[in-house]
Design a protein. Structure first.
Length: 284
């Protein structure tokens, strides 16, 4: 039986604790995730054809004293079977690895760059249903990115595209906000917006932008029908000019109150569900 790691000075523990910082995630090419739901989604994601080869566990730190149900040992066994190195740690050590108040006994690390695929590597659809791609224009906040990934997964979007410079979707706040959907839907990072236009044209996807000050109210527009790339602007500046030039149609969410604007994750969620409503006869 392996020894239990009880010291936070252990090299593996020290390196894992550094993963809260982007520079160390990039240097180590890995990120951490905690919680039974998120890690359960990671295991489920490994079985999805569109995520094949993207989810690669490295280490799983565990504390049996914190297991309260059969779920944790089942997930532990699944992660080990998937290639993770199991590291038995004390409760104190595990608590220093998790940014959650309740780690539920498990913290795992995963390869980071395998989750971020190139645009031309996005999987081809396996049906003729209308397609939805979410395109985030230089997003700044990890919580918003994670929430949008979660909602994109919920409505059956095909991928989430992030235009650089963009937030790190493997940051703890983003992983937590995604509630595991980071492991269910491919993320793509793009530097040149012209790549998006060329890809969308080839794929038969119209680019529909969301702009509070332009376009038609979304429920008065037919822009959401069919296969679209829903383009959501930066939290502070909205859609950038280089992307506005590529958009085929623009929609907005009218406001009656005094709020200056909606949070991008809220607005994006409403628009994603409006796309699903507009295409319900084909999707359901």
């Amino acid at each position: 039986m392996k020894d239990i790691v009880t010291s936070t000075s252990n090299t593996r523990i020290v390196e894992a604790r550094k993963l809260t910082q982007k520079k160390h995630r990039l240097r180590q090419n890995r990120f951490a995730a905690a919680g039974l739901q998120i890690l359960g989604m990671a295991l489920e994601g490994m079985a999805l054809p569109r995520m094949a080869g993207c989810i690669r566990p490295l280490d799983v730190f565990f504390c049996e004293e914190l297991f309260t149900t059969d779920t944790a040992p089942t997930l532990l066994a699944g992660l080990i079977a998937a290639g993770a190195n199991d590291i038995h740690v004390s409760q104190h050590v595990l608590e220093t690895l998790s940014d959650r108040e309740l780690s539920q006994g498990l913290v795992a690390t995963f390869v980071m760059d395998s989750l971020q695929i190139a645009l031309d590597e996005a999987p081809a659809p396996d049906s003729t249903d209308p397609r939805l791609i979410i395109i985030l224009d230089r997003p700044q906040y990890p919580g918003n990115a994670g929430t949008l990934i979660r909602t994109a997964d919920a409505v059956g979007a095909e991928a989430v595209v992030l235009i650089e410079p963009a937030v790190d979707t493997c940051a703890p706040a983003s992983v937590r906000a995604s509630m595991g959907s980071l492991f269910a839907i491919p993320t793509v990072r793009v530097k040149d917006t012209s790549e998006i236009a060329a890809w969308a044209n080839h794929a038969g996807i119209r680019l529909v932008g969301a702009d509070a000050a332009a376009g038609e109210p979304v429920w008065e527009s037919d822009a959401m029908s069919g296969s679209i790339g829903l383009v959501l602007g930066n939290e502070g500046e909205g859609l950038q000019p280089d992307l506005q030039e590529l958009i085929n149609a623009t929609v907005n969410l009218p406001q009656r109150g005094s709020a200056e604007s909606l949070n991008v994750a809220i607005a994006g969620g409403i628009l994603m569900y409006e796309w699903m409503r507009a295409n319900q006869s084909s999707l359901f």
